[in-house]
Design a protein around this ligand. Structure first.
Ligand code: BES
Ligand code: MN
Ligand code: ZN
Length: 496
């Protein structure tokens, strides 16, 4: 596996030996400590000689700086300091990880020239998170010697004025970062390894962080009459599971907030079989469940002061002699019946029972579900926003704000009675597809029939959880989308 750099934070002076990273703005200005003495002299002449502009993320590597005992110094540009926003320090971390990826040990001087040259504790922690997320690769199945990592471990020291406070923030943010990487690992993992049972086992590991985890097997779900979820699973040799993860960090009697995830470990489409091209991507059809699992990890690891439940429905959608057919009618746990028009619209069937069960069991303050639910959301929004559908303006607003703050962006699309009518069925209470148009909205309408009056939001992450754009902090197919977003939503609105 890729080596994730270990982070230390210190307020010591710049080291005199080894590998060093310093920052430089768009005016070729560095901090006072990077500008003084022999170091400053060599760096300034190297910057001038290379015509280095200090634009954001630009790097210049200076080997064995003259007059110092340093091995090498990498200058990283920040661009104009006043242009730096909430994301800049995070991205800068990613740039740093890429620039010095061959070093086993390095120090980063987090300081710029000028009066606002010292990053806040939060910004220092953002750099740390950016370094780790930027370094993440899923390469555990590349056993060829050529891709073996150069070093067994990488140690990074961030040198910053705000070190004492930054250490505290980072201690929490390490948990969130690990949550993102857990979500990425789950999504990247192939479906022959990550079956519903194996996923449930990995979710059970959250017990180590103080979560309560309950796993429902097929028998338990039959007893609960989860006919919609079980219908999807019928064609698979891998039995279904549901994992119910609780984190109780809030007041003992306070109602929890709930997150529900679609965990289709592989989606062939079932009898309504998908075409072969690109079907391998459907190993990621559990991206919603992965985000919920990663989020629960994040919240528990940083001991969030909130009561939170995470529920994930885990099934494999396969064609088989025993698989459900188009035209079949199943009865969901709610009692509502569903005519299965297309067995490839399976995610909503899984979520129908997961949402109903969550609502009934926990009476949560709100439910947010995440699902790689429709190809149509990619048509509407591409890879850059998750589709947001909700019955609650306040929750939607909170999600939009958390999205802007974390750059895990959401875009609200409508729900309403006109769309709801599109899933009325000739033979049952509803059908599982709504026809050619507004495919993401009719999918959301279907889910809404299982949430009652509880404030609810559905995030369609089909375009953002996997195969999304490569950024400074994501060089992996699986992005871990949703973990930072929802961690921020909880932190900003539901703690204390
Ligand atoms: N898992 C897919 C949606 C999907 C597509 C996720 C592309 C990620 C990338 C989902 O189960 C599905 O097959 N949806 C169908 C619904 C249709 C049959 C109404 C779709 O989008 O085509
Ligand atoms: Mn499908
Ligand atoms: Zn699916």
């Amino acid at each position: 596996m890729s080596v994730i750099p270990e982070i230390a934070i210190s307020s010591a002076k710049l080291p005199k030996k080894g590998t060093l990273v310093v920052l430089c703005d768009d005016k070729a200005k560095m901090s006072a400590s990077a500008s003084e003495g022999a170091l400053g002299k060599t760096l300034k002449s190297a910057i001038a000689a290379a015509d280095f502009k200090g634009s954001f993320g630009q790097t210049l590597r200076v080997m064995v700086p003259q007059g110092t005992d340093l091995d090498d110094v990498t200058v990283v540009g920040t661009g104009k300091q006043s242009d730096m926003n909430e994301q800049s320090w995070l991205k800068l971390g990613g740039k740093i990880a890429a620039a010095v990826s061959s070093s086993a040990k390095y120090a980063v001087a987090l300081e710029l020239a000028g009066k606002d040259g010292n990053p806040t504790a939060r910004q220092v922690a953002d750099v740390a998170q950016g370094i780790q997320l930027g370094a993440y690769r899923f390469d555990k199945y590349k056993v060829d010697k050529a891709v073996k990592p150069k070093h067994k471990s990488i140690k990074v020291t961030l040198i910053a004025k705000a070190a004492a406070a930054a250490k505290k923030v980072w201690a929490e943010q390490q948990g969130v970062t690990n949550g993102v990487m857990l979500a990425r690992d789950l999504v990247n993992e192939p479906a022959n390894v990550l079956t519903p049972k194996e996923f449930a086992k990995r979710a059970s590991e959250l017990k180590k962080l103080g979560c309560k985890v309950e796993i429902l097997d097929e028998k338990a779900m039959k007893a609960l009459k989860m006919g919609a979820l079980l219908g999807v699973s019928r064609g698979s040799r891998n039995p279904p599971r549901m994992a119910i993860i609780e984190w109780k960090g809030g007041k003992p009697k306070e109602k929890p907030v709930a997150f529900v995830g679609k965990g289709v470990t592989f989606d062939t489409g079932g009898i309504s079989l998908k075409p072969a091209g690109g079907m391998e991507d459907m190993k990621g059809d559990m991206g919603g469940a992965a985000a919920v699992t990663g989020l629960m990890h994040a919240l528990a690891a940083r001991k969030a002061k909130a009561n939170v439940v995470g529920v994930i429905g885990l099934v494999e959608n396969m064609p088989d002699g025993d698989a459900q057919r188009p035209g079949d009618i199943v009865t969901s746990m709610s009692g509502q019946t569903i005519e299965v028009i297309n067995t490839d619209a399976e995610g909503r069937l899984v979520l129908a029972d997961a949402l109903w069960h969550t609502n009934k069991k926990f009476k949560p303050k709100f439910m947010i579900n995440l699902a790689t639910l429709t190809g149509a959301v990619l048509v509407a929004l591409g890879n850059h926003h998750a589709g947001l559908f909700s019955n609650d303006d306040e929750l939607s607003e909170q999600l939009s704000e958390a999205g802007a703050a974390t750059a895990e962006k959401v875009w609200r699309l409508p729900v309403g009675p006109e769309y709801d009518k599109m899933i009325d069925s000739k033979f049952a209470d509803m059908k599982n597809t709504g026809g050619r148009y507004a495919g993401s909205i009719t999918a959301a309408q279907f889910l809404q029939r299982y949430v009652g009056d509880t404030p609810w939001a559905h995030l369609d992450v089909a375009g953002t959880a996997m195969g999304s754009p490569q950024t400074e902090i994501n060089k992996s197919w699986a992005s871990g989308f949703g973990v930072r977003l929802l961690d921020r939503l909880v932190a900003d609105n539901y703690e204390k």
